[in-house]
Write a protein that binds this ligand. Sequence first.
Ligand SMILES: Nc1ncnc2c1ncn2[C@@H]1O[C@H](COP(=O)(O)OP(=O)(O)OP(=O)(O)O)[C@@H](O)[C@H]1O
Length: 251
Amino acid sequence: MTSLLTLSGVHKAYGRTPVIRGLDLTVADGEFVGVIGPNGAGKTTAFGLIAGHLRCDSGTIQLQGHDITALSADERCRAGIGRTFQIPQPFAGLSVYENALVAATYGAGLDSEPAAEAACDALRRCGLSAQGNQTAGSLTLLQRKRLEVARALATSPRLLLLDEVGGGLTDAEVHELLELVSEIHAQGVTVLWIEHLVHALVKVALRLVVLTDGSLLADGPPAEVIASRLVRETYLGSELEMEAEVEHVAG
Ligand SMILES: Nc1ncnc2c1ncn2[C@@H]1O[C@H](COP(=O)(O)OP(=O)(O)OP(=O)(O)O)[C@@H](O)[C@H]1O
């Protein structure tokens, strides 16, 4: 598999507080990578750096061998990076279809006809075709999660960054979301998914990376990473819920 995304020696501080410390990460085309780590580890910051919503202090980011470090978020979106946000902010008064259309038009920069096609396609893939005319504000929580994924998909990404889309869902709803993301991955989209629901993530991710204090603590097959003593020790004493997640998966 060829390399799709490469982070080399990436650093980022907020003021004087370093948050990402020399992060190196390579993701091959077609991978499905889960990203875990305690609260404040820098996971969302790393996504912001990859998607261009934040700037690296130093280091480089490459997409398909091209240096994208200096590109804006819009340019990176057009280069094939789509993302969801931890706190989804759909246009509540617009219809579901219009929300996807805005992403295709302004995110991906498509003209009206291809944008309409991309929006419809994204809604279909996310099981929201029947809700196209409903306002986004009237959706259930699971449908809002689906819409968040659809908005990212409407930009036709090669690399999809999912930031805790599973939060707040019931087990059955999480299962539906896993199926949705697995289908998207099977359609050829490379997935990088931050999720606190480790037990759910390990069912679908083929590789797991653990971020702690802004650098990689572990990287490998999910079962091996979760079983690693270092990883389990990192979660010990962290939030109880997370500790339980890791212990539950490790058995
Ligand atoms: N805009 C900001 N300004 C200052 N500090 C920030 C900012 N955004 C995040 N931080 C801090 O940077 C650190 C890393 O935050 P980040 O959200 O990247 O971690 P995370 O691993 O995604 O955490 P969580 O799992 O809680 O979402 C935290 O200590 C956070 O408080």
